[in-house]
Design a protein around this ligand. Structure first.
Ligand SMILES: [Zn+2]
Length: 205
């Protein structure tokens, strides 16, 4: 990557970079390297603020042909480690900041904090980013149980699945069939683990 220009404005830092020509890059479809250039275009990505000024980076990237005849991707766009990600208008560093703020504060409060950090996003955009964060893998419960509850003096009766060994509610779903299916799945996994299956808690009759 070549840095061509750095412009320091009153309210913005603009950096212009371009990727080097002739460098082979792996196709994301098949993994085969290719340096056969199809075209170039300029991407705009936002980065972490410097000295209280937001940073915009203009990146000239290549679209390359994939030389693998059986690859379904005839062309692909190169990505730069630490700077660009597919479909992202922010650098990975800035994306992580936005995600951390979204997780901690969600919409309006998150947008206000990001504005203080010199990143202007609407509350809807912060929520949208929050909804796109993949959920972490949950541990498979080894001991599960199912409980029942009533709302509004018995007008609604539901079931809840409980991970007893973690001492947390695994899910609380006021819909009998769905909760039972969830419990059955957890029980199946617990049995598959073959770790003290006798501790599996059975539902009350
Ligand atoms: Zn390919």
């Amino acid at each position: 990557m070549l840095i061509e220009k750095v412009e320091l404005g009153e309210s913005l830092v603009r950096i212009t970079v371009r990727t080097a020509a002739g460098v082979a890059v792996r196709c994301p479809g098949c993994g085969q390297s290719s340096g056969w250039e199809h075209s170039r275009y300029v991407r705009q990505v936002a980065d972490e603020a410097i000295g209280g000024r937001p940073v915009r980076i203009s990146v000239s990237v290549r679209r390359l042909y994939c030389e693998n005849a059986v690859c379904p991707r005839k062309t692909f766009v190169e990505q730069i480690d630490g700077l660009t990600e597919r479909y992202q208008r922010r650098t990975p560093a800035l994306r992580r900041i936005v995600e951390a703020v979204a997780v901690a504060l969600a919409g309006s409060a998150g947008a206000r904090l990001l504005a203080t950090l010199h990143h202007t996003l609407s509350s809807v955009s912060v929520l949208s980013r929050l909804m796109r964060i993949p959920l972490p893998n949950r541990p498979i419960p080894k001991v599960v149980g199912i409980d029942e509850f009533a709302l509004l003096r018995g007008r609604y009766v539901g079931w809840q699945v409980i991970c007893r060994h973690l001492n947390v509610w695994d899910c609380g779903i006021p819909a009998g069939r769905r909760a039972r299916a969830c419990w059955a799945e957890h029980r199946k996994r617990a049995q598959a683990l073959q770790e003290r299956p006798s501790q599996v808690v059975w539902p009350r009759q």
